[in-house]
Design a protein around this ligand. Structure first.
Ligand SMILES: Nc1nc2nc(S)n(CCO)c2c(=O)[nH]1
Length: 158
């Protein structure tokens, strides 16, 4: 059994519905079982700033899938929830990012785990450490909780 942490984000349409639906669709796959979910946080956009506030969360899942097949499922869910990949850093109905997979370092052209930008993203680190505050970055071995610079607009939105 493998452990995967997946970051979810939405800043278009019914953001809360998109997050809940994405978690449901992940859990619906019999090869994935969602075992923990973080709170939902409202966060200021990083990267492309001219866009609406995001709702973000992180889930922890047991999975029988290899990383590349898990990516397949997350991309399928993004499509099902209407993800249009027009502006690369732009608004999206739903975004699923595989953050960590066991304690493995994976680097292929389609998939880099740990997620390459997660260490500078409080919208990932805060929910991630809410789930597991002892979690370490597989590469640096540093406790993830040390990376937290405080989350902008941290409001717990249920
Ligand atoms: N706060 C926030 N900013 C973001 N910028 C991008 S791109 N994304 C999409 C995730 O890669 C986000 C996000 O989920 N939350």
């Amino acid at each position: 059994m493998n452990i995967a942490y997946i970051g979810l984000g939405s800043n278009m349409g019914d953001r809360l519905f998109h997050l809940h639906e994405a978690v449901k669709l992940l859990d619906r796959d019999e090869r994935i079982s969602v075992i923990e979910t973080s709170s939902i946080y409202q966060t200021a956009p990083v990267g492309y700033l001219e866009q609406d506030l995001f709702l973000n969360m992180v889930i922890k899942a047991n999975t029988l899938l290899e990383p590349i097949d898990l990516l397949e499922v997350t991309q399928q869910i993004e499509k099902e929830l209407g993800r249009k990949r027009d502006i690369k850093w732009g608004p999206r109905t739903i975004d699923l990012d595989i953050l960590l997979y066991n304690n493995e370092n994976i680097e292929t052209e389609k998939l880099i785990i740990p997620h390459p930008r997660m260490n500078e993203r409080a919208f990932v680190l805060v929910p991630l450490t809410e789930i597991d505050d002892r979690i370490e970055h597989p590469y640096t071995k540093m406790p993830i909780s040390l990376f937290i610079q405080g989350l902008q607009d941290r409001e717990e939105v249920q």
